[in-house]
Design a protein around this ligand. Structure first.
Ligand code: 9YT
Length: 132
């Protein structure tokens, strides 16, 4: 059994920081679950274009508000606590966080991330095999 505490994982090597977001990877590929599980904070006012070509991702909003734009259709969906979105078609999207406070998101990735991924220019994470 694996038991971890978000507050203890903060500011360790499980906690990655990037432009407009930071993420605590509570479960990684090395944990052997077949998926990874992250608690991601989207910073207030952030606008994040993303395209996970190599991964499926599901995201549940725990706190904060914003929108997700489906780049294929132009459709914009409200994000608020209780809303989940699943990128079942590797959907290219833009996540926007309202300016007043951050969004706290629980994210699952399949296949699991290893912990070292950074966004590539096209908004994706490389598959492990593709990484140098
Ligand atoms: C909501 C969102 O941005 N999910 C992506 C996960 C996060 N960027 C991470 O942990 O890499």
């Amino acid at each position: 059994m694996i038991v971890r505490d978000l507050n203890e994982a903060k500011n360790t090597d499980r906690h990655v920081f990037s432009n407009g977001w930071d993420s605590v990877r509570l479960l990684l590929k090395s944990d052997g679950m077949g998926f990874s599980f992250h608690i991601t904070t989207i910073h207030a006012g952030a606008e994040l274009p993303m395209h996970y070509k190599n991964h499926l991702e599901c995201v549940y909003c725990v706190d904060g508000t914003g929108t997700i734009e489906d780049c294929a259709t132009g459709e914009i969906h409200g994000i608020r606590p209780g809303v989940v979105y699943a990128l079942d078609n590797h959907d290219k999207h833009i996540l926007r966080c309202d300016a007043d406070k951050p969004m706290i998101m629980a994210c699952v990735f399949n296949p699991p991330v290893t912990g070292n991924e950074v966004h590539q220019d096209d908004g994706s994470y490389a598959l492990e095999a593709e990484q140098a």
